[in-house]
Ligand binder design. Structure first.
Ligand code: DQA
Length: 151
């Protein structure tokens, strides 16, 4: 069974209390439970992580690249939070490892402030999911399953 690695960046540990009008009232453990259910449906093992530190996310992408090369990883779903809009390092890590990655945002970043309209992740991602609330997580897992199936 391959693993789906779900990486969450800065401030996503605050879900549930952080700007609920934008991000909803589910907590990150709630989201992890939703992901566990979706992974069970699609036949993935789940590895779900969060860090507020850019370099930790880079290290996890390197680890993901090695796991994908070894055949144990289906791909990564990355909600890079604000690093989406700032991080050349994350862009380079995705490109440098060649890992299959879906970019995810809970909110519709294109309907928000102009500084959220640019992503350093998108040009290196296989696809982008945004604006579906926390339901975007199980939707992205379904998308990863369809990529695995060659769709
Ligand atoms: C976010 C959108 C980003 O612009 C923001 O900085 C976040 C969360 C989202 O999930 O909607 O931290 O990635």
């Amino acid at each position: 069974m391959k693993t789906a690695l779900i990486l969450n960046g800065p401030n996503l540990n605050l879900l549930g209390t952080r700007e609920p009008a934008v991000y909803g009232s589910h907590t990150l453990p709630d989201v992890e439970a939703m992901c566990a259910q979706a992974c069970a449906t699609h036949g993935f093992a789940l590895d779900f992580r969060q860090s507020n530190h850019e370099g930790v996310l880079v290290d996890w992408l390197h680890e993901a690249g090695r796991a994908q090369a070894a055949g144990s990883l289906a791909g990564v779903i990355l909600n890079a939070g604000a690093y989406t809009h700032t991080s050349v390092a994350l862009h380079d890590a995705i490109k440098g490892t060649g890992v299959t990655l879906i970019e995810l945002h809970i909110s519709n970043v294109f309907a928000r402030e102009a500084f959220r309209h640019h992503s350093y992740i998108s040009p290196a991602a296989k696809g982008v999911m945004c604006g579906f609330g926390v339901n975007g997580y199980p939707l992205a897992i379904a998308a990863l399953a369809s990529l695995q199936a060659g769709a």
